[in-house]
Ligand binder design. Structure first.
Ligand code: ADP
Length: 399
């Protein structure tokens, strides 16, 4: 039994998410979230068997956060000794041009992930801290890094190249890398499994709409385009991120508003998107404001849908037509309104959403297009933790 248990760790700047996954059944045995690391009012919420226990107090750093998580496992009967888990899977945001497969972690690998921090200053450093803390606590267990960029490593040059001075681009690693790859890979595989088809036999568009959001065009199982680029800032409108903007805006704000780089970074990553336009980044809250007649919230929603439709249109053309369009992640899985609006008025392209199927409540993969539609529209729950856990088992057993 224990040879199928994987601890999955997703380490952010001041938070740390973890899940103990049983890869034999696909179930989450326990999960938790450590928040406000480094502050006096830290908190850890640990969920097992549908019950959440909390602990609050100062949490000095990620190492202490993980130690507290380990205590929670002890208290709830799932001690994470070396004998208890087969592997630890770490979500790493940026693999640059170096990593495009799940990779067994060594000191050299940690150093390389750290070196890639210039490309992902907000993400890779906390990933490294999480890895180092976990390795110290579970030194006998293989640790595997799974990269968010990996699935998009093979993007065609035409899709991955920015039209800027090529020497400057090469010198500084400026290209489109894409993110959320673990989810796009997992969901597009699940689509094939669900439809009983080989992923190499058809074309799909996957719309991952969560707090972060991205779209991908997948031709016969291979990603040929995706909406995120050098960083996870490009593309769709997100909870707090702007997605696509005219790069001239950055120059304008630098020159005319005299904002420095960090202030612009903060503006575009944390105070833009739905939040920038409406004051809230959570989609349910946005929906509530719209229902109450808030005009800013309605505009935010309209901009969100407009951008989404623009990408769907682009990817339909790039693929020469899609066989399947799939919605996933928090908003994609739970908002029938977004799904209906994203694909409204497209019957001439063989795309339609059946209202009853779309609004039926379910947590399972399901078809929401009408019978006989040329394009199959699906809702497929993503599960990045399970994908990371499986990759960790595969990689550690083949090492
Ligand atoms: P993350 O990117 O943090 O993993 P998720 O995939 O969990 O995000 O998505 C979070 C988003 O999903 C939030 O904006 C949340 O409001 C939205 N969401 C969750 N449930 C619903 C729902 N029932 N209806 C609309 N939006 C929802």
């Amino acid at each position: 039994m224990t040879d199928s248990l994987v601890l999955v760790i997703n380490s952010g700047s001041s938070s740390l998410k973890y899940q103990l996954v049983d890869t034999a059944t696909g179930a989450a045995v326990a999960s938790g979230l450590v928040e406000r690391i480094g502050e006096a009012d830290g908190i850890i919420a640990h969920t097992v068997d549908g019950e959440t226990i909390e602990h609050s107090g100062p949490i000095a750093d990620h190492a202490e956060g993980l130690r507290l998580a380990f205590d929670m496992f002890e208290r709830t009967g799932h001690g994470l000794t070396s004998a208890g888990v087969a592997a630890v899977g770490h979500r790493v945001v940026h693999g640059g041009n170096v990593f495009y497969e799940p990779t067994l972690i060594t000191d050299d690998v940690v150093a390389e992930i750290s070196r890639l921090s210039t490309l992902a200053p907000l993400h890779n450093p906390p990933n490294v801290v999480g890895i180092e803390s976990a390795r110290a606590l579970l030194p006998q267990v293989p640790h595997v890094a799974v990269f968010d960029t990996a699935f998009f490593h093979g993007l065609p040059a035409a899709a991955s190249t920015y039209a800027i001075d090529i020497d400057v681009a090469k010198r500084h690693g400026v290209r489109r890398y894409g993110f959320h790859g673990t989810s796009h890979d997992f969901v597009s595989s699940r689509v094939a499994e669900f439809l009983g088809r080989d992923r190499a036999d058809f074309n799909q568009i996957v719309l991952h709409l969560g707090n972060g959001a991205s779209a991908s065009a997948i031709e016969r199982g291979k990603a040929i385009d995706t909406s995120m680029g050098l960083t996870p800032l490009e593309g769709l409108v997100m909870g707090t991120r702007s997605g696509d903007i005219d790069p001239g805006i950055v120059l304008h704000l630098r020159r005319s508003a005299e904002l420095d780089v960090d202030a612009i970074d903060e503006l575009l990553n944390r105070r833009s998107g739905l939040k920038g336009l409406s004051g809230v980044n959570d989609f349910r809250e946005l929906q509530g404001l719209i229902d109450a007649g808030d005009e800013g919230a309605k505009l935010a929603y309209d901009v969100y849908i407009h951008r989404l439709r623009r990408y769907i249109g682009a990817y339909l053309i790039e693929l020469g037509g899609a066989d399947v369009i799939t919605f996933t992640a928090g908003v994609g899985e739970n908002s029938p309104g977004v799904r209906a609006d994203a694909l409204a008025g497209l019957t001439r392209f063989g795309i339609a959403v059946d209202p009853d199927r779309n609004t039926a409540k379910s947590r399972e993969a399901r078809v929401i297009s009408p019978d006989g539609a040329e394009v199959t529209v699906l809702v497929v729950p993503t599960n990045e933790e399970l994908a990371i856990a499986r990759a960790a088992i595969r990689t550690s057993s083949s090492a």
